[in-house]
Structures are given as structure tokens and as C-alpha cells.
Design a protein around this ligand. Structure first.
Ligand code: SF4
Length: 258
């Protein structure tokens, strides 16, 4: 029987993992047997996870289609409670109808709502997008600002959207994007959000920023989001295909080699 593409990719990616990463994997995997206290956020384990993710998802980028910081801001606002695939279906007509922040600022709200209706919560999203467009036009000369402090002044923009736009468009690493996938995988991999009181996106982001080197913040979020979509899905994660499996001790695992 032919193997699924993801299985072939997963196995090939595991073969490419370097010797130090494999050694770290082995030490973590055998930690219980040697009686040593397992530390899921040890530098060694985090480095091994980062290396495996980078090799499994080389050059991965944001899945939302965009041609400017403003388009990415709009697409990210639309992606709340909606799939990126759905957002990508909606944005071509939207950006054709309203090609600039100025055009969004002057748009008729019912027309804007109609164009984004299928993304859900369309009335709130339309208000946020138009509000954000007005602030961009009136306060920032028509350009999306490049600091977290400023970008958070746009209606409908919270830290997640700020991190997406600053990281993916401007390549400025001020934080880690924490969406539903990053939340779930951070917990499963015991990197963050595992203790009571540490499960909000803000706290998970803060904890991830402490253990992940800043020059990996942008790529790490993209890699984890892709892993969460393709392999470590919410229900029935595909652990048998997972390149991180030897490092994972999640109780959600559907298959284990150790
Ligand atoms: S082993 Fe399973 S639960 Fe752990 S990260 Fe991989 S897919 Fe997710």
C-alpha cells in the first residue's frame, strides 16, 4: 500500500534531524528510566524542538494572502473564528473594492459587511476594519505603524494581530503569535500554559518569549501553526507521522514510541 505524503515527509524530515538534536531526543526520551527529573522547558529540549520544526517546515510563511501591511492587518482581523482558506477566498474581491486604507475608511458599512459576510461575525469585523482604516489614515498618514504600542491603537487589533503584522510583514520580532494552534501545541509539548493561571494567550506568549530565542519568535509561530494544522490537530493528533513524537509526552498522544 502506498504511504500518505505526510508520512513520507514526516519520515524524511526525521532522517534529516542532526545528531545533537537526536541525542537530546534520546536523553529526554530516557529521562524517566534514569530517574532524572524531566524538565520540559530545558534549553536542550527547546533547542531540539526548534531544530526539528525548522527542518520539518523550512521557509514556512503566513498562510493569509496579502500584498501589504494593511492587507495583512485586514486579513488577520477577518481570520478570527474563521479559517485562513475562507479568508483567502474573500480578500481578493474585498481588496479590489477597497484598494487602500482610505477607501476602507470611506466605505459604506453595509457594502463592506456583505463582502466579508462568510467569514462570520461580519458586523463586528466590518466595524473593526473601518475603524482601523480611519486610525491608519488619520493618525499614521495611511501607513500601518511599526510598533506594538501604536498598532494596538487600531480598533480590532490585539497582540495576536500586532505580532502577525509586525513579524510577517515588517520582520520585527516583538512577540510570539499565539493563536489556537500555538496554544494547543504549547500545552501538548509542555512549553507553556501547563500550570493553573498560565493558560491565557498573553501568559502563554510571555512564557514562550522566555524560553525561545528572539530570532526564532517569528518562524516558530509559523512552524507551530503549520504543525497544528497538518499533524498535531485538535482531535486525534497524527502522532505516528509527527517528527516531534520522541520529544512529546502529551496525554493526548494517539501513538507513542516510548
Ligand atoms: S506526538 Fe502527537 S501530540 Fe505530540 S506534538 Fe506530535 S502530533 Fe502532537
Amino acid at each position: 500500500m502506498r504511504k500518505a505524503a505526510s508520512q513520507r515527509v514526516g519520515k524524511a524530515a526525521s532522517r534529516r534531524v542532526s545528531k545533537p538534536a537526536v541525542a537530546a531526543v534520546e536523553r529526554v526520551a530516557t529521562g524517566k528510566k534514569t530517574g532524572k527529573m524531566r524538565n520540559p522547558t530545558s534549553q536542550e529540549r527547546v533547542a531540539a524542538i526548534l531544530e526539528i520544526l525548522a527542518k520539518t517546515y523550512p521557509g514556512v510563511v503566513c498562510a493569509l494572502h496579502h500584498r501589504s501591511a494593511w492587507e495583512l492587518t485586514v486579513a488577520t482581523i477577518l481570520s478570527a473564528q474563521c479559517t485562513d482558506v475562507r479568508v483567502n477566498l474573500v480578500t481578493p474581491a474585498l481588496f479590489k473594492a477597497f484598494p487602500t486604507p482610505k477607501a476602507f475608511a470611506a466605505a459604506s458599512l453595509p457594502e463592506l459587511e456583505e463582502l466579508i459576510r462568510t467569514t462570520g461575525f461580519f458586523r463586528n469585523k466590518a466595524k473593526s476594519i473601518q475603524g482601523a482604516a480611519r486610525v491608519v489614515v488619520e493618525e499614521f498618514g495611511g501607513k500601518v505603524p511599526q510598533t506594538m504600542e501604536e498598532i494596538l491603537t487600531l480598533p480590532g487589533v490585539a497582540r495576536k494581530t500586532g505580532n502577525v503584522v509586525l513579524g510577517s510583514w515588517f520582520k520585527i520580532a516583538v512577540g510570539v503569535v499565539v493563536d489556537t494552534h500555538v496554544m494547543r501545541l504549547s500545552r501538548r509539548l509542555e512549553l507553556a500554559g501547563t500550570t493553573p493561571g498560565s493558560t491565557t494567550p498573553e501568559k502563554v506568549e510571555r512564557d514562550l518569549m522566555k524560553i525561545i530565542p528572539q530570532d526564532r519568535w517569528i518562524a516558530f509561530s509559523h512552524e507551530l501553526i503549520h504543525h497544528g494544522r497538518q499533524i498535531c490537530v485538535a482531535r486525534k493528533p497524527r502522532c505516528v507521522d509527527c517528527t516531534l513524537e520522541r520529544l512529546c509526552n502529551s496525554s493526548d498522544k494517539t501513538w507513542s514510541s516510548h
